[in-house]
Structures are given as structure tokens and as C-alpha cells.
Ligand binder design. Structure first.
Ligand SMILES: [Zn+2]
Ligand SMILES: [Zn+2]
Length: 459
């Protein structure tokens, strides 16, 4: 069993299907013992991504001729050009027949809502009661949203659906194309190749592990936002991420027979966080939190004094040279400002703030419970995100910080000496880039951040 773990990588390349195994015969054995045997001939899956929900209309440009489908029926093709799809309400109430309403057979028909496709000149080019779909048109969305960039297109199929009385836009595309798009949105394309490869495998694993549960009941599997992974289309031109996606095609990480939740964040601060602590109940051994460096000694960052030395120092860890300055940071919050914010959060008066202390920390040093002592008593705030939003606006880069009390000219203030950016669970993007620069291969990077997992190529 041990031979198939990512934790025991072999240098100098691997066989074609299972990595880190020197002999094909052992590889087959490992597949049988350590993972659900990948079905031979398994094909690249399609992923459906919800781009927008709750829309009334959408304008876009087709960069290629597209196949048009109206309520799933082929309806010819559309030439390149600019189009608009809008939701139209019936001119008169009662468009739907009594039978349709009483049978409840078709909610949208009953409501009379329909989707109307208009060409550049505003002429109707088609209409549907449930869905207008465009296949292979490589859409560029037009509008003010920052995500709608002209150098990205949405490949595969784009569905404009009537959902919950409004319009949802869903992009259905091959997984590898999705990975390309997410990589571009989530990581600097300037990162070294081995870090991009490790991240490509993490993105792919996340998509496959989340697709069934992230948005159950919605007409898509993943959203295009932080909640799942940021996806804003795929690059039109060749991109530095292409090579990383191509060379890791079909590769995903497994643990105990399932694809892992390969979480990642910008900078762990020197130690990754445990998922069990960050999200109560998620006891995933491969997300247990590791020291982000080559040393054997793992400091106990849940202890205040050790944590203080940690954030004030510059330990020799992989992510210490964060190009974006995420490794160590300082923020100051006045006691009077903290009082106002706490009152807003709790919806009551709290008195004057006297002290700020961390009561509970995770293995990375991130605070999960803080206590604010005021003239009216003690107030506790739980949760990494709540703490980050309470103590700074915009939110603190992370909840890993030590508190220094200072008496300023305008009264008491708290200096927060912090480390890292993001939740810190799983792969550390700055650390992965630094490991790649030091010569680590992508499987070694993955073995470091997701200990005990296995890397398999499933198609
Ligand atoms: Zn989501
Ligand atoms: Zn790190």
C-alpha cells in the first residue's frame, strides 16, 4: 500500500497511468488495492458551471457560428455577431391555458414567461419557454462586469435557462477547458511550471469532488465564484497555463477511494490549517495542516507565546517570500472602532473595549475564537471569517495574528501582527511556487500539502 502513496514520490518521471511507481505490474496492483480501479476508457467529463443566476437579460457576442437549440430542439445556426437574450413577461395575464395551470405541468408556461433571442438590430431570432442553448459559439459576454473580459470566451455549450422565474446562464464544457479557465483566474500564470501543474491537479480534483454536492437542486454543478472556484471563461490565445493542464491531463488526487477536496489558499503564513478546525466536522486526514517547510520540528502554534514569536519572526518556510507581501502583515484597530463594529455585529451596546484576546487557535495559528473584554463584560466571537470581518475593513488577510496593546494619542489601540492570506487549508500557492523554484516536482508539492493521498490519471 505504501508504494502507491503520493508521500513516497520517486524522482525522475513516472509511468503513464499511476505515478510514483517504478514498475507497471506494481502499478496495476496499486490500482486494485488503493483506489477504485479507474474504468478503462473513461472519458473526460463535462462540467456545468452556473455563471449567472437571477438575470433578466444578457448580451453577448458569438466569436464563431453557433448551433442554436430552443427548448432542446435543434433550430439551425447563428452567425457571428452580437445578440441579446431577455426574459419576457406576457403582455396579458392568463396567457397559459387553464389546463396548464391546473395541471402544474409546466411552471414557466403557466407563468407565461419566455426567453427571447434578439439579433443586433433587435429582431427576434428565436424564443423558448425553458432554455435557449448555443453550442460552440465561443461567447464573449458584454456588459460592465469585471469578470466579462474580452480576451476570454465561454466554450462548449451555453444555456440560458428559465429558473425560479428568472434567467440563469450555465456553461457546460469539458473538464480540461474548465481547469484552464480556473487556473488563469486563481493563480498567477507567471508561477513556475511545476506549481501550475500541482495547482491544475488541485483544481481538477476540487471540481470532481464538489460537483455532486456544491449546488444540489440547481441546474448546474458548480458556481463560477469563490464558493466553488473562480471561473471567468477560458483564454482565447495560448496561455502559460496550457502546458500545465496538458501535461497533467486527467490526473486527480485520491484518498480512501474518493477524489479529494483539494483546497488551496494564497499564503498559509508558514503552516497550513486543518480542515477539521476551519470547518467543524470535516475530519479529512489529508487536510490536517502541515508545517510549510522542510524542517522536522513542527511548532505548536496554538500556544500564544510560540505563536507570537512565529508571527514576529521570519521562519524559514516555503512561502516566506510572498511576492504579494502576504507572509507577514500588520493592521491596527482602535478600541473605539472595535466597539462600534462589535455593537453592529451583535446588535446591542457593549461598553468601552478594554482587551482583545484569542481564546482558540488552529494548528496554523489562525484564531477561531476571540474574546473582547469591555466595561460591560466579555464578548466572544467565533469563526475565522467573522473574526476577519470584525477586526478590519476590508477583512483581515487571515485570522492568524498576535495582539499587541498600545496606548495611542487617541486612546487605546490594538496592533495585529499577522501571517498569511486566506483560510490556509490545503495547498499554499506562494509555498507551491517557492517549492517549484527550489526544484521540487509537482507530485512532491502535492505530497507535501495533501499528505497520504494518491495521484491517479483517470482518463
Ligand atoms: Zn459554488
Ligand atoms: Zn505557506
Amino acid at each position: 500500500m505504501a508504494t502507491c502513496r503520493v508521500g513516497t514520490p520517486l524522482r525522475g518521471g513516472g509511468p503513464s497511468r499511476v505515478y510514483f511507481l517504478p514498475v507497471a505490474g506494481i502499478a496495476l496492483l496499486a490500482l486494485a488495492q488503493c483506489a477504485p480501479a479507474p474504468r478503462s476508457g473513461e472519458r473526460e467529463p463535462l462540467i456545468s458551471v452556473g455563471l449567472v443566476t437571477g438575470a433578466q437579460s444578457s448580451s453577448f457576442r458569438l466569436t464563431k457560428p453557433a448551433t442554436l437549440l430552443l427548448d432542446g430542439e435543434a433550430a439551425g445556426s447563428l452567425s457571428e455577431g452580437t445578440y441579446r437574450i431577455r426574459l419576457e413577461k406576457p403582455l396579458h395575464r392568463g396567457t397559459a391555458s387553464r389546463e396548464e395551470i391546473s395541471s402544474g405541468r409546466n411552471a414557466s408556461t403557466a407563468s407565461g414567461l419566455r426567453l427571447v433571442l434578439l439579433d443586433e438590430r433587435g429582431r427576434k431570432a428565436g424564443e423558448a419557454q425553458q432554455a435557449i442553448s448555443l453550442r460552440n459559439g465561443d461567447l464573449v459576454f458584454l456588459g460592465r462586469s469585471g469578470r466579462r473580459r474580452q480576451d476570454r470566451v465561454y466554450p462548449g455549450r451555453v444555456d440560458f435557462l428559465l429558473w425560479r422565474g428568472q434567467m440563469a446562464i450555465v456553461n457546460r464544457l469539458p473538464l480540461e477547458e474548465y481547469v484552464r479557465g480556473v487556473l488563469l483566474a486563481e493563480i498567477s500564470p507567471k508561477s513556475p511550471q511545476e506549481a501550475l501543474r500541482a495547482q491544475a491537479i488541485a483544481v481538477r480534483s476540487m471540481a470532481l469532488s464538489q460537483r455532486r454536492q456544491a449546488h444540489a437542486g440547481a441546474p448546474f454543478e458548480l458556481c463560477a465564484d469563490w464558493h466553488c472556484q473562480v471561473y471567468a471563461g477560458v483564454p482565447v490565445d495560448k496561455s502559460p497555463v496550457d502546458e500545465a493542464v496538458k501535461t497533467t491531463r486527467g490526473m486527480v488526487l485520491y484518498s480512501g477511494g474518493t477524489v479529494i477536496q483539494a483546497l488551496y489558499s494564497a499564503n498559509c503564513g508558514g503552516h497550513t490549517e486543518s480542515a477539521a478546525r476551519a470547518w467543524r466536522g470535516s475530519r479529512l486526514d489529508y487536510l490536517r495542516g502541515v508545517l510549510d517547510g522542510p524542517q522536522d520540528v513542527d511548532p505548536d502554534l496554538t500556544k500564544e507565546r510560540i505563536l507570537e514569536q512565529w508571527v514576529l519572526g521570519k521562519p524559514d518556510v516555503f512561502c516566506k517570500d510572498s511576492p504579494r507581501g502576504h507572509f507577514r502583515w500588520t493592521r491596527v484597530i482602535k478600541a473605539s472602532v472595535l466597539k462600534t463594529r462589535l455593537e453592529r455585529m451583535l446588535g446591542r451596546t457593549v461598553g468601552d473595549v478594554l482587551e482583545l484576546a484569542v481564546l482558540r487557535r488552529g494548528v496554523s495559528g489562525r484564531a477561531f475564537r476571540i474574546q473582547i473584554t469591555t466595561t460591560e463584560g466579555n464578548f466572544q466571537v467565533d469563526g475565522e471569517l467573522r473574526i476577519r470581518h470584525l477586526l478590519a475593513q476590508p477583512a483581515l488577510p487571515s485570522s492568524c495574528f498576535a495582539v499587541e496593546v498600545r496606548e495611542g494619542g487617541a486612546g487605546r489601540e490594538f496592533v495585529l501582527h499577522g501571517a498569511g492570506f486566506g483560510h490556509g487549508v490545503g495547498l499554499c500557492q506562494d509555498g507551491a511556487a517557492a517549492m517549484a523554484k527550489r526544484g521540487y516536482r509537482y507530485w512532491e508539492i502535492l505530497a507535501h500539502y495533501y499528505p497520504g493521498t494518491r495521484l491517479l490519471q483517470i482518463y
